[in-house]
Design a protein around this ligand. Sequence first.
Ligand SMILES: Cc1cc2nc3c(=O)[nH]c(=O)nc-3n(C[C@H](O)[C@H](O)[C@H](O)COP(=O)(O)OP(=O)(O)OC[C@H]3O[C@@H](n4cnc5c(N)ncnc54)[C@H](O)[C@@H]3O)c2cc1C
Length: 472
Amino acid sequence: MTAPAPIHIIGGGLAGSEAAWQVAAHDVPVVVHEMRPLRSTAAHRTSALAELVCSNSFRSDDAEHNAVGLLHEEMRRLDSLIMRAADANQVPAGSALAVDRDGFSAAITAALEAHPLVTICRDEIAGLPPPDWDNVIVATGPLTSPALAHAITELAGEAALAFFDAIAPIVHRGSIDMSVAWLQSRYDRAGPGGSGADYINCPLSRGEYEAFIDALLAGQKTAFHDWEATPYFDGCLPIEVMAERGRETLRHGPMKPFGLTNPHAAHVKPYAVVQLRQDNRLGTLFNMVGFQTKLTHGEQVRIFRTIPGLERAEFARLGGLHRNTFLNAPKLLEASLRFKAAPRLRFAGQITGCEGYVESAAIGLLAGRFAAAERLRTFLTLPPPTTAHGALLAHITGGHIETIDAGPRSYQPMNINFGLFPPLAKSPTRAADGSRLRGTAKTLARKAAISRRALGDLALWIAGGRPALAAE
Ligand SMILES: Cc1cc2nc3c(=O)[nH]c(=O)nc-3n(C[C@H](O)[C@H](O)[C@H](O)COP(=O)(O)OP(=O)(O)OC[C@H]3O[C@@H](n4cnc5c(N)ncnc54)[C@H](O)[C@@H]3O)c2cc1C
């Protein structure tokens, strides 16, 4: 039997390395094209595959109560090389999984170099891949080389790729106090697909607004790296920069109170209003409109919880602004990560708009499996949306709701979080001893139930998915 033609992977980072491992594990040859050390990025320092460019943490390893911990566990069950190397190079970090970065990258490089089906080419793919590469995974990350980024933009249009993110914080809907906030669109306008009550509104009195502006101005901010340059452009200014331009600027911008009536106090006009807009089809997540920020994460939680209605807000994602190359994936990618404009290309990793080492590797894992199945002409179903892999994939390829308001593009990088999972049919209300669950205990029980459901559904998917591939 002749060996299948190779799959080409562009980029040997977290996603590309995991994808290569998965492809080879299905007995398909794979060529990884990594441009380092011939050409580097502004953040990488070595020539190793899967280099960690910043922190050495994979975040929480709690598979029961934390969505990224659950993603770790699912990846382990899917024979992830990234997780194998992370576990083998662990350093003490409490409940987090942190790694010796050099040992971690060296283990991945060695495993791929030693694999008989893996070839590593140290070259930059400086444009669209040659036409005879019929099955390609593009995993070139947030710092994709300019020549390739240019070629992708030419193929899919100007708006296909963003070069900076502008992330507004995202809040779990269930943590917003609706006895203070209310649902209403400005001037009750329904718009296309709206109901006239699409936004959650949080009212501020004059005193609350003034205190909020003071906190923004005094709050600790993160700096840009020198190489990022300051990417501010109108329509995408951080809120603290808007506040620096004048104390009333926000009140005439994202915090304007006009066209809104607070049903909890119809005769009191709010001085300012913070609006939150639905972010995912499930309706579990809402983003704070226009609140992109360079405040540190700790400061965001502290300051945004002073907004009436958000005192107990649980944040699925905090705001930010970074150099980051990523696709408008919900529009451009098929459910199995294939590029609609050129289906021989599949995208993986941070360039798809997932965020973080673990998420990038997980999407690389799926891309590798999809690409191998396609090469072997077998059928691989999508991971169920109740699993962490499925929830993240569904968000990237369509779960996010694109909005048409002016301002920065609404699809922005996303970490895995429980808000991406379909809600449970019935959340646990009682503990094992029959007592009624309340507060944190109730939240933990809900997360544990989502995690149990995820691992159960993953086992079913593995049982249905793997044998079909292995049988070839
Ligand atoms: C400065 C910075 C700090 C970050 N810090 C963290 C953090 O602390 N924690 C976290 O979880 N996430 C962090 N991230 C986000 C992200 O998770 C990582 O960037 C992660 O490495 C993304 O994985 P990836 O495989 O998609 O991309 P990468 O790991 O960046 O891999 C892409 C690879 O493609 C190569 N490449 C690019 N263009 C080409 C080309 N044309 N031809 C051939 N090869 C090419 C690059 O050299 C690179 O090796 C950070 C990102 C940046 C930019």
